[in-house]
Design a protein around this ligand. Sequence first.
Ligand code: ZNH
Length: 141
Amino acid sequence: MLNTQERAHVAQVWDLIAGHEAHFGAELLLRLFTVYPSTKIYFKHLGACPDEVLLLSHGQRVLEAVGVAVQHVDNLRAALSPLADLHAHVLRVDPANFPLLIQCFQVVLASHLQDEFTVEMQAAWDKFLTGVAIVLTEKYR
Ligand code: ZNH
């Protein structure tokens, strides 16, 4: 799915995130809930203004899953299978929310990396995250 150069871009950016999953994840969720308030309906238990501890802990789990995906770009379907079951059968998150999260993810990256986040890197991350979202939403029936 990703060519050699795209993989390199994904890995290069991930190296900057690795070790800071909770921080990047919390920022991603805060941005998602602020820009697209409708996404909050899935997180009622986090409260109207989720406190930082909850954002950090859920953010960390989401970003760790993205990290697993980075390590398994060739085998996303197998690597993410349990998470796909969870989203399709238990959480039943409307797949329309995934592009919103992907967009917020890219904004988080851009705001941290600034000029280092090239258009090619953004394109590679968009493609990679879209691949992750396809796998996480394909078990819906
Ligand atoms: Zn999700 C959960 C990942 C998207 C909603 N997630 C989750 C988890 C993870 C994830 C890792 C944990 C699991 C366990 O615990 O086991 N996600 C993810 C990813 C993505 C996602 C990677 C993309 C890319 N999600 C999403 C969206 C939404 C969601 C879009 C909506 C809006 N999730 C969710 C919820 C949950 C989850 C609701 C549950 C939470 C709790 O439990 O707290």
